[in-house]
Ligand binder design. Sequence first.
Ligand code: TRP
Length: 332
Amino acid sequence: MKKKIIFSGIQPTGSLTIGNYIGALSQWRKLQKKYFCIFCIADLHSLTIYQKKDVLNKNILDILAICLACGISPEKSIIFVQSHVPQHSQLNWILNCFTNFGEMKRMTQFKEKIYLNKNINIGLFNYPILMASDILLYQTNKVPVGKDQIQHIELTRDIAYRFNNIYGNIFTIPEKILNTNGSCIMSLTNPQKKMSKSDPDNNNIIDLFDSDFIIKQKIKNAITDSNYPPNIKYDFKNKPGISNLLIILSNITECSIKKLEQNFKNKNYNNLKESIIDNLCIFLNKLRKKYFFYRNDEKYLKNIMFNGAKRAKKQANITLKKVYDTIGLSFK
Ligand code: TRP
């Protein structure tokens, strides 16, 4: 039987947090076992915020090396850079013409961003339609995403239904996959908020490149609670800090939350934090070693990148041709 198709994307915006690792990359690695996976470095999406030329160029190679270090296989899966496959922009224009202004105005991420940002470009408004193009080009069955992207997947489905209603079965209707165990790693200092690099409080995140010393400090300062006696239990509603720490440890050690709760039964919060510090330092040191191995070989990285684009183009062209044919743009 043909494997189902997974598509997901990540923006090349500097280094990443363990939230990005747990919420996206570690999940991508696991999905490769069961699905045919297509992973996209979404450089066009990142242009919605001004990027310095050299920084963007470097960030694309950085993120590719991180993906490889996290276990994305360029043989089993396709990993490519979005702008290298022009079909994304081509389909984007067509889908623009099948999307209502009204439904775009309701996109919550856009509404939040205009609230914070002074320089609003149309790319930011159009962003979810480019994302729909990414997904629909590959006849994607499932899209692993974080909670903040759910509305974009709903939009993608609406656009696909609308198009199919007029022209027949052109696009596969994609479904989202949410990572149940930590689709959202929360801030260390305010576990009601998502761990995010855009937060001005740098203590809220663990960067994949934080030193052992910094990791120790940040985990030591992470918010817990003042329950007495301290109990190490997953209960997000009443114990968000401890629950977030358990999710982090569970993902890093691949040990279930249940098992962790047993292991820490008669232990205190300090014991939990010590264990997280030890495991995180070991884990991140290993990851960084792999990262530098790939990052120091730009020739290899470019080879992976160009080869990925070639394979992605082949798939993308099949859908784009179908679309051109059905809407009346092809001539024989
Ligand atoms: N918008 C996504 C994010 O910022 C990245 C992305 C681009 C994506 N294209 C995609 C994710 C297609 C899933 C599918 O996280």
